[in-house]
Design a protein around this ligand. Sequence first.
Ligand code: MN
Length: 219
Amino acid sequence: MSETQFAAGVTIHLHKHDLPESILSKFSGVVAIDTETMGLDARRDRLCLVQLSAGDGTAHLVQLIPPGLGGRGGDCPNLKRLLVDPAVVKLFHFARFDVAMLRQTFGIGTGPVICTKIASKLVRTYTDRHGLRDLCRELLGVEISKQLQSSDWGALDLSPEQCAYAASDVLHLHALWAKLEALLAREGRRALADACFRFLPARATLDLLGYDDPDLFEH
Ligand code: MN
Protein backbone atom coordinates (compact mmCIF):
# COMPACT_ATOMS: atom_id res chain seq x y z
CA MET A 1 0.00 0.00 0.00
CA SER A 2 1.21 3.50 -0.73
CA GLU A 3 -0.13 6.61 0.93
CA THR A 4 -0.11 10.10 -0.52
CA GLN A 5 -1.11 13.26 1.27
CA PHE A 6 -2.80 15.84 -0.93
CA ALA A 7 -3.88 19.38 -0.26
CA ALA A 8 -6.79 20.22 2.02
CA GLY A 9 -6.65 17.16 4.25
CA VAL A 10 -7.15 14.65 1.47
CA THR A 11 -5.43 11.28 1.89
CA ILE A 12 -5.19 8.67 -0.84
CA HIS A 13 -4.31 5.03 -0.23
CA LEU A 14 -3.44 2.80 -3.18
CA HIS A 15 -3.96 -0.92 -2.55
CA LYS A 16 -3.00 -3.63 -5.00
CA HIS A 17 -5.34 -6.61 -5.60
CA ASP A 18 -7.89 -6.09 -2.78
CA LEU A 19 -9.05 -3.89 0.06
CA PRO A 20 -7.17 -4.80 3.27
CA GLU A 21 -9.42 -6.63 5.72
CA SER A 22 -8.59 -4.07 8.43
CA ILE A 23 -10.19 -1.29 6.39
CA LEU A 24 -13.56 -2.97 5.86
CA SER A 25 -14.87 -1.77 9.24
CA LYS A 26 -14.30 1.85 8.19
CA PHE A 27 -17.08 1.47 5.65
CA SER A 28 -20.54 1.58 7.15
CA GLY A 29 -23.62 3.57 6.31
CA VAL A 30 -22.89 5.03 2.88
CA VAL A 31 -19.71 4.38 0.89
CA ALA A 32 -18.91 6.35 -2.28
CA ILE A 33 -17.59 4.18 -5.12
CA ASP A 34 -16.31 4.78 -8.64
CA THR A 35 -14.40 2.68 -11.16
CA GLU A 36 -11.79 3.33 -13.82
CA THR A 37 -11.67 0.99 -16.79
CA MET A 38 -9.98 0.48 -20.15
CA GLY A 39 -13.06 1.90 -21.87
CA LEU A 40 -16.79 2.47 -21.79
CA ASP A 41 -17.96 -1.00 -22.87
CA ALA A 42 -18.45 -3.14 -19.79
CA ARG A 43 -18.53 -6.31 -21.94
CA ARG A 44 -15.27 -5.48 -23.72
CA ASP A 45 -13.14 -3.39 -21.41
CA ARG A 46 -11.25 -4.44 -18.32
CA LEU A 47 -11.85 -3.01 -14.86
CA CYS A 48 -8.61 -1.46 -13.62
CA LEU A 49 -9.37 0.50 -10.46
CA VAL A 50 -12.11 0.69 -7.83
CA GLN A 51 -12.14 3.85 -5.71
CA LEU A 52 -13.91 4.03 -2.36
CA SER A 53 -14.47 6.73 0.25
CA ALA A 54 -16.37 6.81 3.51
CA GLY A 55 -16.93 10.54 3.01
CA ASP A 56 -14.15 11.49 5.44
CA GLY A 57 -11.66 12.99 2.96
CA THR A 58 -9.84 9.69 2.56
CA ALA A 59 -9.94 7.68 -0.66
CA HIS A 60 -8.96 4.03 -0.96
CA LEU A 61 -8.00 2.92 -4.46
CA VAL A 62 -7.96 -0.80 -5.25
CA GLN A 63 -5.91 -1.64 -8.33
CA LEU A 64 -6.91 -4.86 -10.09
CA ILE A 65 -4.12 -6.51 -12.05
CA PRO A 66 -4.71 -9.47 -14.41
CA PRO A 67 -3.01 -12.78 -13.48
CA GLY A 68 -1.04 -12.60 -16.75
CA LEU A 69 0.58 -9.41 -15.48
CA GLY A 70 1.41 -10.82 -12.06
CA GLY A 71 -1.81 -9.84 -10.31
CA ARG A 72 -4.78 -11.67 -8.81
CA GLY A 73 -7.44 -10.59 -11.32
CA GLY A 74 -10.91 -10.68 -9.79
CA ASP A 75 -9.71 -12.47 -6.65
CA CYS A 76 -10.56 -9.74 -4.12
CA PRO A 77 -12.81 -11.24 -1.44
CA ASN A 78 -12.81 -8.20 0.87
CA LEU A 79 -13.89 -5.78 -1.83
CA LYS A 80 -16.59 -8.16 -3.05
CA ARG A 81 -17.89 -8.67 0.47
CA LEU A 82 -18.34 -4.92 0.83
CA LEU A 83 -20.04 -4.56 -2.56
CA VAL A 84 -22.76 -7.10 -1.68
CA ASP A 85 -23.12 -6.14 2.00
CA PRO A 86 -26.83 -5.27 2.40
CA ALA A 87 -26.02 -3.01 5.39
CA VAL A 88 -23.74 -0.70 3.40
CA VAL A 89 -25.28 1.65 0.83
CA LYS A 90 -23.13 2.12 -2.27
CA LEU A 91 -23.17 5.68 -3.61
CA PHE A 92 -22.17 6.17 -7.28
CA HIS A 93 -22.31 8.83 -9.96
CA PHE A 94 -23.82 6.98 -12.95
CA ALA A 95 -24.19 3.67 -11.11
CA ARG A 96 -25.57 2.03 -14.24
CA PHE A 97 -22.10 1.69 -15.74
CA ASP A 98 -20.16 0.85 -12.57
CA VAL A 99 -22.67 -1.77 -11.41
CA ALA A 100 -22.57 -3.42 -14.86
CA MET A 101 -18.77 -3.37 -14.81
CA LEU A 102 -18.63 -4.89 -11.33
CA ARG A 103 -21.12 -7.60 -12.33
CA GLN A 104 -19.19 -8.37 -15.50
CA THR A 105 -15.87 -8.58 -13.63
CA PHE A 106 -16.86 -10.27 -10.37
CA GLY A 107 -20.18 -11.92 -11.22
CA ILE A 108 -21.85 -10.23 -8.25
CA GLY A 109 -24.81 -7.90 -7.78
CA THR A 110 -23.66 -4.68 -6.11
CA GLY A 111 -26.22 -3.24 -3.74
CA PRO A 112 -28.01 -1.47 -2.27
CA VAL A 113 -27.21 1.37 -4.66
CA ILE A 114 -27.91 5.11 -4.85
CA CYS A 115 -26.84 7.40 -7.71
CA THR A 116 -26.19 11.14 -7.83
CA LYS A 117 -26.75 11.26 -11.60
CA ILE A 118 -30.26 9.76 -11.37
CA ALA A 119 -31.07 12.05 -8.43
CA SER A 120 -29.81 15.06 -10.37
CA LYS A 121 -31.91 14.19 -13.43
CA LEU A 122 -35.00 13.83 -11.26
CA VAL A 123 -34.68 17.25 -9.61
CA ARG A 124 -32.44 19.51 -11.71
CA THR A 125 -34.87 19.58 -14.64
CA TYR A 126 -33.80 23.13 -15.47
CA THR A 127 -30.59 21.85 -17.07
CA ASP A 128 -29.23 18.95 -19.10
CA ARG A 129 -25.84 19.17 -17.39
CA HIS A 130 -25.62 16.23 -15.01
CA GLY A 131 -21.92 15.39 -15.22
CA LEU A 132 -19.98 15.00 -11.99
CA ARG A 133 -18.00 18.13 -12.81
CA ASP A 134 -21.19 20.15 -13.38
CA LEU A 135 -22.71 18.94 -10.10
CA CYS A 136 -19.56 19.68 -8.08
CA ARG A 137 -19.39 23.16 -9.52
CA GLU A 138 -23.05 24.10 -9.09
CA LEU A 139 -23.96 22.36 -5.84
CA LEU A 140 -20.63 22.48 -3.98
CA GLY A 141 -18.64 25.29 -5.61
CA VAL A 142 -15.82 22.79 -6.15
CA GLU A 143 -13.83 22.53 -9.38
CA ILE A 144 -12.70 19.03 -10.30
CA SER A 145 -10.61 18.18 -13.35
CA LYS A 146 -11.72 15.57 -15.89
CA GLN A 147 -8.44 15.80 -17.76
CA LEU A 148 -7.20 12.31 -16.92
CA GLN A 149 -10.56 10.57 -17.46
CA SER A 150 -9.31 8.98 -20.66
CA SER A 151 -5.78 8.13 -19.52
CA ASP A 152 -4.32 4.59 -19.53
CA TRP A 153 -5.84 3.02 -16.42
CA GLY A 154 -4.34 -0.35 -17.35
CA ALA A 155 -0.83 0.84 -16.55
CA LEU A 156 0.85 -1.21 -13.82
CA ASP A 157 2.22 1.95 -12.20
CA LEU A 158 -0.46 4.62 -11.89
CA SER A 159 0.89 8.16 -11.71
CA PRO A 160 0.23 10.38 -8.67
CA GLU A 161 -1.88 12.55 -11.00
CA GLN A 162 -4.01 9.55 -12.00
CA CYS A 163 -4.47 8.58 -8.34
CA ALA A 164 -5.47 12.14 -7.43
CA TYR A 165 -7.95 12.26 -10.30
CA ALA A 166 -9.42 8.86 -9.44
CA ALA A 167 -9.79 9.89 -5.80
CA SER A 168 -11.53 13.16 -6.69
CA ASP A 169 -14.32 11.13 -8.29
CA VAL A 170 -15.36 9.71 -4.90
CA LEU A 171 -14.31 12.42 -2.43
CA HIS A 172 -17.26 14.74 -3.17
CA LEU A 173 -20.09 12.24 -3.60
CA HIS A 174 -21.29 12.34 0.02
CA ALA A 175 -21.61 16.14 -0.05
CA LEU A 176 -23.36 15.98 -3.42
CA TRP A 177 -25.76 13.34 -2.20
CA ALA A 178 -26.67 15.48 0.84
CA LYS A 179 -27.59 18.38 -1.47
CA LEU A 180 -29.49 16.14 -3.88
CA GLU A 181 -31.30 14.34 -1.09
CA ALA A 182 -32.63 17.71 0.13
CA LEU A 183 -33.72 18.58 -3.42
CA LEU A 184 -35.44 15.21 -3.84
CA ALA A 185 -37.41 15.89 -0.64
CA ARG A 186 -38.22 19.44 -1.71
CA GLU A 187 -39.52 18.31 -5.10
CA GLY A 188 -41.41 15.29 -3.73
CA ARG A 189 -39.42 12.81 -5.78
CA ARG A 190 -37.62 10.77 -3.13
CA ALA A 191 -39.89 7.74 -3.48
CA LEU A 192 -39.46 7.79 -7.25
CA ALA A 193 -35.70 8.06 -6.83
CA ASP A 194 -35.69 5.08 -4.47
CA ALA A 195 -37.68 3.05 -7.01
CA CYS A 196 -35.10 3.95 -9.68
CA PHE A 197 -32.25 2.96 -7.35
CA ARG A 198 -33.85 -0.42 -6.63
CA PHE A 199 -34.12 -1.02 -10.37
CA LEU A 200 -30.52 -0.02 -11.15
CA PRO A 201 -28.94 -3.49 -10.72
CA ALA A 202 -31.51 -4.94 -13.14
CA ARG A 203 -30.82 -2.09 -15.56
CA ALA A 204 -27.11 -2.90 -15.44
CA THR A 205 -27.80 -6.58 -16.12
CA LEU A 206 -30.06 -5.65 -19.04
CA ASP A 207 -27.18 -3.60 -20.48
CA LEU A 208 -24.85 -6.59 -20.24
CA LEU A 209 -27.44 -8.73 -22.04
CA GLY A 210 -27.63 -6.23 -24.90
CA TYR A 211 -30.98 -4.68 -23.99
CA ASP A 212 -29.49 -1.19 -23.98
CA ASP A 213 -29.74 -0.62 -27.75
CA PRO A 214 -32.53 -0.72 -28.70
CA ASP A 215 -33.66 -0.08 -25.16
CA LEU A 216 -35.93 -2.70 -23.62
CA PHE A 217 -38.52 -0.03 -22.79
CA GLU A 218 -38.50 1.54 -26.23
CA HIS A 219 -41.58 1.12 -28.43
MN1 MN B 1 -14.04 8.13 -12.42
